[in-house]
Design a binder for this molecule. Sequence first.
Ligand code: ADP
Ligand code: MG
Length: 328
Amino acid sequence: QTTIERIAAGEVVERPASVVKELLENSLDADASRVRVAVEAGGTESIRVSDDGVGMTEGDARAAVREHTTSKIRDISDLESGVGTLGFRGEALHAISAVSRMTITTRPRGGDRGTRLRVEGGEVTTVEAAGCPEGTTVEIADLFYNVPARRKYLSRDATEFDHVNTVVRNYALANPAVAVALEHDGRETFATTGGDSLRETVMAVYGREVAESMIDVDARELPAGPLDAIDGLVSHPETNRADREYVATFVNGRYVRSSAARNAIVEAYGNQLSPDRYPFAVLDLSLPAGTVDVNVHPRKMEVRFADEAGLREQVRAAVEETLLENGL
Ligand code: ADP
Ligand code: MG
């Protein structure tokens, strides 16, 4: 394994949270209805992501850790018509395996045998039959064991866990139909039910008080613009949080950062928002595939909208209308 390869891996894998993001995306792409993430020492010692998704055959699992191997797009036209899966580069498993000790235990749905594959520093070391349920468990031990410079730059366990928690939370909120659980050092941090209710998911993640105080976004008169629909929950101005801002936006089930959407929400609250309070919002934006560019840097969570101004106008209008309808 060359230095170049390790640097390339570092583009995808910055810290435990980036590993968790990639593994979680793979589980969601694999049609899982339950995903459990368990980390030790903030993810610096170990990361385990288990799902009940489609699973892999031995051949699939061997291919999965090879460079640039993806089962998700076949040619460039798939990219142009808009990618429906969270992953598509075929880089993540290979890159993670290059800088850790990885174990994949997997059995395809309806398949009668499971496989356990061990990879160390990018090299497959063992492949054996395994008794395991349908679905996939990927375990990462000793992240950056062979990249000491990178390992040295990891933060305290608590800080690394904060990053992990943020990632898992955001994916849980973006996917209320999937039961997502997070464990740290053997203790469960949260677990959503997978009952497909955003409010229930918010309750599992942020607690009853936050969930009950939020208002359903209800926008009947959406102005013309790039969005087909806006769904979600926003905070009641009186219960806006004093500690910090929290605006989570999702585009077609993908967590994204969008300053356009964030600014639109703040604008909608207008002077109802006292200077020491911040909005709290979870918004799901639906756009036709092809009007949003997901082919951005793998580590960033930004997407480019073809019509940012139109999007901002629609989000502002939707939140304003929601507040008005609630007499606010
Ligand atoms: P990408 O997600 O961009 O395709 P990855 O390196 O993340 O690339 O994964 C490579 C391939 O491994 C995927 O395309 C998929 O076929 C397979 N794979 C990875 N994780 C899982 C999983 N949890 N369940 C089923 N298949 C998986
Ligand atoms: Mg992937």
